[in-house]
Design a protein around this ligand. Sequence first.
Ligand code: WT7
Length: 629
Amino acid sequence: MEKSEVLLKIGEKYNPPKGIVERAWIKDYESLYKRSVEDPEGFWGEVAEELYWFKKWDKVLEWNFPYAKWFVGGKTNITYNCLDRHIKKGKGDKIAYIFIDEENREKRISYKDLLSLVNRIANALKDLGIKKGDRISIYMPNTIEAVAVMLACARIGAIHSVVFAGFSVNALNLRIKEAGSRILFTSTYTLRRGKKIDLLSVAKEAVKDAESVERVIVWDRDGEGFKEDEKFLDFYNLIENKSEECEPEEMDAEDPLFILYTSGTTGKPKGVLHTTGGYMVQTYFTAKTVFDLHEDDIFWCTADIGWITGHSYIVYGILANGVTSLIVEGAPDYPDPGRWWSYIEKYKVNVFYTAPTAIRMFMRYGEEWPSKYDLSSLRILGSVGEPINPEAWHWYYKHIGRERCVIVDTWWQTETGAHMITTLPSYPAKPGKAGKPFFGIVAEVVDREGKKVPPNTVGILVIKTPWPSMLRTCWGNPERYEKYWKSIPGNVYNADDLASYDEEGYIMILGRADDVLNVAGHRIGTMEVESALVDHPAVAEAAVIGKPHEVKGEIIKAFVILKKGYEPSEELEKDIKQHVRDTLGPIAVPEEIAFVEKLPKTRSGKIMRRVLKAQELGFEVGDISTLED
Ligand code: WT7
């Protein structure tokens, strides 16, 4: 690319290079946006036509507040669109995934071979009596095999529930029981910083009292001699002689595709339910236009399949576009901080999607690491998971994008299923501001009464109309679902994020408005951590807050009241941290624990976390009229 094409800096607005605009699927955001919200059904109907349906829908949208049905009457199968559709076009030998582990061992799989693997697993599940609508939990590392299991479920209409392989026994146990899964897929281990992390032991412990689980299917990664019995089956033995053909189940557009548990304000995670048609259409179309994917692109999303980012942009939205993408297992900076950049060079990655926390970590290691590598293949850089601070934005732009790439800062949630607010590659970006609503999305920043706030004022982000990939319910808890739409007047979806917008309509996200933490891009409920804390024999009461942190965005600080007979000590602190690690997993462990005598509470006995937070950060405490003590 010519030097003259280097992005023009207009204040804090960055125009995309000409070359990127020229090849972009969408060149004129404004006019298409206008059309998409004036006629959302016409717009989404046209998008859906790009995909394959066994039977076309009768109606694009049926909105019965707060319940939406998209592509009503339509029949499809998402795996058909992710795999068969490309194979039928003669692209069977194209590489779907390149998997790389921490020792740079590489495994490639073509679209054709991925379909065969998926079908063998699907047939094995059928032979075990698994039917459409049954739930299957997946506790596996970020690997091709895990993706294949997800797709096998979708092939036959079973509902998968992936549990991030960093979660511990209790977290896994709860998610299996809540979903009522008949099968659990797991693996002997996952790799992290050169160490094998035992997943099988966690899985064994987690299914002990989970009565719904009939079988645990274990992927014995190194063939280390895992012993089968009635309940624990060997993955490869099971699929060995299965047919490579399996007709895709004809799924209704509104048939459930998966459940994914995410943290909310209460102690229990919520099982966000996504359905087939709408999720397929929006993940496909956002991946296509926001990442501007073309036939020969190499895409890399650094997320884990245990999170929604992995579901939508490692698996479904990406495969639906038929490109080649990377799946990488292990730590970003192991064995050294050049790991990621070496892959971009080696595999000529064109579109790279990661989280601000990772960018900030690499900023600390210094630009000498990326500068060792040829990153000229890159065209589009994505950010997701938390607000990207302008300093990190500029570093990403300069040291990874080399001032030749565009950055798309994509705001969305587990609940939204796909991108909702972002800029497009052909549209100017503003560092620190996510951008504008995606096509068909009507977003607004309002106060608690639902009234639109003036520009550059903090309010709550709401979505005013239904969108195809929206969650349909919370598994087993419809009241919790309805709360999203009923907590702010005006029949709007409350995203529970603080936000503001500027005169040009760019939306800036400021962080969560509720008791949910964002630690290194991971969503963690304060109540979940508090429950794990009070579960320790020495802890009487606990309160948890998020404390700003340079790299992780937030860290967890816990305030703990000990039971009578216990004295604060370093050892006890360690022991309590270990307890949280054992129950929830390493991502939920408080970095700091303060032993206190009392906690600020309202007269009704609710802990006032914001008082603790204000004290911790040295702010004014604000309105404490309801405070008891
Ligand atoms: C919360 C959702 C959606 C994929 C990963 C997280 C925060 C997400 C951004 C962004 C500012 C962001 C919000 C949101 N968030 N993307 N680009 N800018 N904040 O999914 O675990 O469901 O968390 O992540 O606070 O509500 P999730």
